[in-house]
Design a binder for this molecule. Sequence first.
Ligand SMILES: [Zn+2]
Ligand SMILES: [Zn+2]
Length: 359
Amino acid sequence: MEKDYYKILGVEKSATQDEIKKAYYKLAHEHHPDKKGGNEARFKEVNEAYQTLSDKDKRSQYDQFGSSFNNQGGFGFNQNINWEDVMGGFGGGGIEDLFDIFGGAFGGQKQNKRDLRKGRNVEIGIDLELESILRPQERELRVMKNIRCSRCNGSGAEPGTSVRECVTCRGTGRIQQIKKTFLGTISQYTTCTECAGEGVKPEKPCNVCRGEGRVKGEERIRITIPAGVDNNQIIKVKGKGEAGKRGGEPGDLYIRIFIKPHSVFERRGDDIYLNQSITFSQAALGDKLKIPTLDKENLIIKIPAGLTDGNILKISRGGIPHFSGVSRGNLYIQLSLDIPDRLTKKQKEALEELKKQGL
Ligand SMILES: [Zn+2]
Ligand SMILES: [Zn+2]
């Protein structure tokens, strides 16, 4: 029988993408098979409808030819629904939203024993001067975190002893409990407390780390900060976060860059701006100006006669190196006219003279 995808999602034929998405989220949440009272068949149906109606091309084909095109077309719906496929299938923005809706439902289920031992990610911040990002720089960072225990080499077992399968849960990490209720017997699984769900336990815990396989300590990490980094940019160093528990995978290190405000330059993207005041006579006659640059050498520039307040001069490639490593932004010099609020007698006379001449 022909399926009415609009009816399945409970929306009008003229529904917007937003309305379709909303309806889908609501229904998918309601019928999610991991949920109490969930309905797998309904859930699949809702997914099928959404996969078609959320895609502009598929939707217009469906509107024209109905759902039968699904079976012949190149994008038949897979009945053996696989979570990764569904997640991947949404494309674009939907993925994070879905995680939000289902929240905890995913977390516990997808995590395997190895994940339980994974070390946490560590985030640290470093302050940089604007001048220092002109070229890549090597830095040695000292990071306080959980590091691998050197006594047991991360295994958590006292040297000479081994890590064994947990006796309590027989290595499964879970304990089955059978409950009798008036509806019948219900079997429930809980995490094994003896091994914290890992399925293994050191025979004799290491004296230093007490079986954790890691201890508090400092690691020195050498990194290269690329030229042109931006404020708040994060550099990820894989595997340099906290050591995993008992040989688990380490977390990652995230280094957040803070660029200190500069006393002279203002950064806008990869360009930098400098305010430079000029006098009335410099504006009228033109002059040579000594200006600071990020590269520290003072640059002498020639300004032409006739510039006024607000004019901007550009020095190509005087800015920040592009993060891509190719070329640099520009330096812009914003001119402002410096009108003195106090004049000497002589200056006043000279200006009076100019005034007479119409200046
Ligand atoms: Zn140890
Ligand atoms: Zn156990």
